[in-house]
Design a protein around this ligand. Structure first.
Ligand SMILES: [Fe+2]
Length: 303
């Protein structure tokens, strides 16, 4: 199972789509009704969906896998007692098969779908995102959220720091992370670039568009990935990343004692500038929104 896409609701879809194409680097992958789909060069049919809506919100973080993986996860979520959406025979979106949605303990909108058809990857391009690498949520009770993902949804903990937990669902060091916060909301979405050079080219392209990083460039501790964070014009914090660590079951789960920075450092290189006020404001601007099925009310049931 792997992270496939994020689904966003935004009041100005056209402007968001234009930004995500240029300067951000995604490519349009079709429109259905009020939703426009964007892809990277990887083999996902789309990686961001933007639906026109009255307010900005995160509607879903979607994971895809084989029929056996997703069916087993549905059974596991049901058995766990998490409230969940019913099994949906076919989601109406590019490349999607059957699946289900399930909110995390603080309403994080997860969806899990069968990868019905893998589209052909496009040639990787320097400076253009491949796919979504991870999604990070702000959480009031990080330990409870982490436990739910492990127990009910089969994730594994890669690392814990003093303020964050990093979880994986395949060999990427983290697909989901939780950050301590006063409110549950989207913290950021990371887009995987082909390499470090691509991250730098991305920063240059955003600078040409008049935008400076809110944090970075730098190299993270957990995951060892290169990063540069920006606040998108539509309010979400988004990251270019590359060289994220790949791990297997032999990876030793790290704890807060393993991840301490010397004073005045927030990354391995020691060069990353960070605008805390800007980063905090973007999280507050981006709440979760119940997925379409949950909004109808009728399809949600407790196991
Ligand atoms: Fe990140």
């Amino acid at each position: 199972m792997r992270l496939r896409s994020v689904e966003l609701e935004l009041p100005d879809r056209a402007a968001a789509v234009e930004f995500l194409k240029d300067p951000w680097g995604l490519m349009e992958a079709g429109t259905r009704g009020a939703t426009t789909y964007l892809r990277g060069t990887g083999d996902h049919p789309y990686i961001v969906a933007v639906t026109e809506a009255p307010g900005a919100a995160m509607a879903a973080a979607t994971f895809s896998g084989s029929p056996a993986e997703i069916e087993a996860l549905y059974a596991r979520a049901k058995a766990s007692g998490l409230p969940h959406g019913e099994w949906t025979g076919e989601f109406d979106e590019p490349g999607s098969g059957a699946g289900f949605s399930v909110p995390g303990p603080e309403g994080e909108p997860f969806r899990f779908v069968v990868e019905a058809e893998r589209v052909a990857a496009l040639p990787a391009e320097s400076g253009r995102p491949l796919q979504v690498s991870h999604v990070v949520f702000n959480s009031r009770d990080r330990e409870a959220a982490t436990r739910t993902l492990v127990d009910a949804l089969g994730f594994k903990v890669s690392d814990r720091t003093r303020i964050m937990s990093f979880l994986r669902c395949d060999d990427t060091h983290h697909a989901v992370a939780y950050a301590d916060a006063k409110n549950a909301s989207l913290n950021h979405i990371a887009f995987e670039m082909p390499d470090l050079d691509s991250v730098m080219r991305g920063i240059g392209r955003l600078r040409d568009a008049g935008m400076e990083p809110a944090w970075g460039p730098g190299r993270h501790g957990p995951g060892n990935n290169v990063f540069a964070y920006f606040i998108a014009p539509f309010g979400a914090c988004i990251e270019y990343t590359a060289e994220v660590q790949r791990v297997d079951d032999s990876y030793r789960t790290g704890g807060p004692e393993d991840w301490k920075w010397p004073p005045n450092r927030t990354d391995h290189w020691g060069i990353a500038k960070r605008d805390d006020a800007k980063l905090a404001a973007s999280g507050a601007a981006f709440p979760f929104r119940a997925s379409r099925e949950r909004r109808t009310g009728s399809r949600l049931k407790r196991a």
